[in-house]
Design a protein around this ligand. Structure first.
Ligand code: SF4
Length: 289
């Protein structure tokens, strides 16, 4: 999820071997070096290749320890506050082969081991290119590396039970507590997220919940109470809740893409208002950040 909220420490970006340079765009008519369009579609379906937006090595965000965070292209949601709107469409990124990506991640195993970190697949939506995500999670998890997905849960049904065995932690965005507000924020339905949360709860999968406070959009007491009500059902497997203040640092990207940015006049919430919302979750007995 490109929540746009968490701080990032950038290290030198890894280039790695590529099927082709940037912005190729899977699913377009581009004839990618050596790949015909049908071959490319097949490679995408099998998870041999995926369109990867970018990479970051981060500490203390997106999961425990030092994380290799891989931002994948493609997302079915259209969140008003998205700070990576260029991941929404499958247009921007680098086509990468599964074996190259696995190799790159494994190189960081000593760093993950020393810091208690691992791989986080974010986006975009990590489950949008599900075949690739599935294979990557398995290979990395089998190599003894901690795995996390950072998801809205909207496509949670794409994960099979055996896929869940290869995920150690789920960062689950609950973007609103009722259908109407959720739709306003994301243009999609809330129910798939609830269903996914229920499923994770049933198997006791560790979850961190994320909720972004957007003044005038998600910060209404009723909405916050509804989010609290939803997550309270999952108390047994939620390890923490992160309440994140909206900022509009993503605005420039919306402008560059020519997409209408609806939060132009929205200011970040006051720290005391964010704290008040954190308190709502604390009162429910959660560990809140
Ligand atoms: S769910 Fe998709 S649209 Fe929403 S913030 Fe994340 S990447 Fe952006």
């Amino acid at each position: 999820m490109a929540d746009g909220i968490t701080g990032v420490v950038r290290l030198s970006p890894e280039e790695g071997e590529k099927v082709r340079g940037a912005a190729a765009g899977l699913g377009t008519d581009n004839d990618l070096d050596g790949y015909t369009r049908p071959e490319l579609m097949q490679a995408r379906r099998s998870g041999d290749v995926a369109l990867v937006h970018s990479w970051e090595l981060v500490t203390a965000v997106d999961g425990p320890g030092t994380r290799m965070t891989m931002f994948m292209s493609g997302c079915p949601l259209r969140c008003q506050y998205c700070h990576n709107p260029d991941t929404m469409e499958m247009k921007v990124g680098t086509l990468e082969r599964i074996e190259d990506v696995v190799k790159r991640i494994k190189r960081y195993k000593p760093v993950f081991k020393a810091s208690g970190g691992g791989l986080t697949i974010s986006g975009g939506e990590p489950l949008f290119q599900i075949a690739f995500a599935r294979r990557l999670l398995k290979e990395v998890h089998d190599a003894g590396i901690h795995t996390t997905i950072d998801t809205s849960g909207y496509l949670g049904a794409r994960l099979r039970d055996e896929d869940l065995d290869n995920i150690d932690l789920v960062l689950l965005d609950v973007k609103s507590g009722d259908e109407e507000t959720y739709k306003k924020v994301t243009r999609r339905e809330l129910q798939p997220t609830i269903d996914f949360g229920d499923r994770l709860n049933a198997i006791g999968k560790p979850v961190w919940i994320r909720f972004v406070v957007v003044p005038g959009l998600t910060d209404g007491p009723e909405n916050v109470a509804n989010v609290a009500k939803i997550v309270s059902r999952w108390k047994s497997n939620i390890e923490r809740i992160e309440v994140l203040p909206f900022h509009n640092m993503g605005a420039d990207k919306w402008h560059e893409l020519g997409y209408p940015y609806t939060l132009e006049d929205t200011k970040p919430p006051k720290p005391e208002d964010v704290e008040e919302i954190r308190e709502v979750f604390r009162k429910e007995g959660f560990v809140v950040y």
